[in-house]
Design a protein around this ligand. Sequence first.
Ligand code: PMP
Length: 363
Amino acid sequence: MVINFAAGPAKLPEEVLQEVQKNLLNYNGCGISVMEMSHRSPSYAKIQKDAISSLRDILSIPDNYKVLFMQGGGCGQFAAVCMNLIGRSGKADYAVTGSWSAKAAKEASQYGQVNVVFPALGKYTTVPPLNTWNLDPEASYLYYCDNETVDGVEFDFVPVPPSNVPLVCDMSSNFLSRKIDVEKYGVIFAGAQKNIGPSGTTVVIIREDLMGYQTKETPSVFNYALMSKNDSLFNTPNTFGIYVIGLVFQWIQRNGGIEGMSKNAQKKSELIYDVINKSNGFYYCPVDKNVRSRMNVPFRIGGRSGNDNLEKAFLAKAENEGMIQLKGHRSVGGIRASLYNAIKVEEAQKLAEVMLQFYENNK
Ligand code: PMP
């Protein structure tokens, strides 16, 4: 048995994969696969409608918010968010707390004036307190990334923008892992390939009154108002991906909903951080304790800058135990354990045990 700690595309719940397999050649007796079905057929319409209503139920999404399925991934949204909202005032505020929000700010700067709300951090290991942010009351929106996948930095608060400035959030890597109040946001987006499904689909949740401010250059497939008017069927969506996402939503509903996911995420990450904290610096996580991610745990082995031989030996030992895709992102090195919703508590426990053994043998 393999345990897949990948950062994304990542592990999916076994039950979901089994259901996909069972229905692969003949979906619900209709004789064809979901992959072969028209996106305008009643069967597919039901798949998409059910997926949206599951998500609305999981997050208690208010009626004045639309749920869209788009393509182009998280990076597509870096452009789409700006193109759709910048028309409000021509400028936007960005909190840059890691490599993904940095990329988002850079992308947006092609379409409007981007203001970064605190000085560049150098290393991404912290979130400056909100009262130090330099917020523009006329910004078209305030953007932040709730969980920085590469750096392992997760917000422990929801930023409050000036009144009338909508909050935009990249939740790609911690979507549906803790309770959120959708009403605090103008736009939430999440690439599917971490917590909710295969890559190729991005979920966008948007407050209705924010639609219609797009610049005239906005491509139709990135135009929120147009996509919404067409129920995400302006062009052919990733039908199979949306089908799998719908099954993952149902799996979440069967497994305690957001509270179930949140409780497990807390337990799993505590198991790993506990080993790190008690290792006398053998395992080193550079991130401030209050913003350590529950989803992505980055750490070095053999002190602050990591010991290459020890890290290689650890990865080999882990692989030998069936634990794969633990290598850190190439920009930060070391190890990264991603603990998305589909990872079971027992699996995180197993990793914690391997880390403890490795510490005992190499300290
Ligand atoms: N935002 C976050 C937080 C991410 O982790 C990623 C990486 N998957 C992206 C955006 C970019 O997503 P994509 O590769 O789907 O464009």
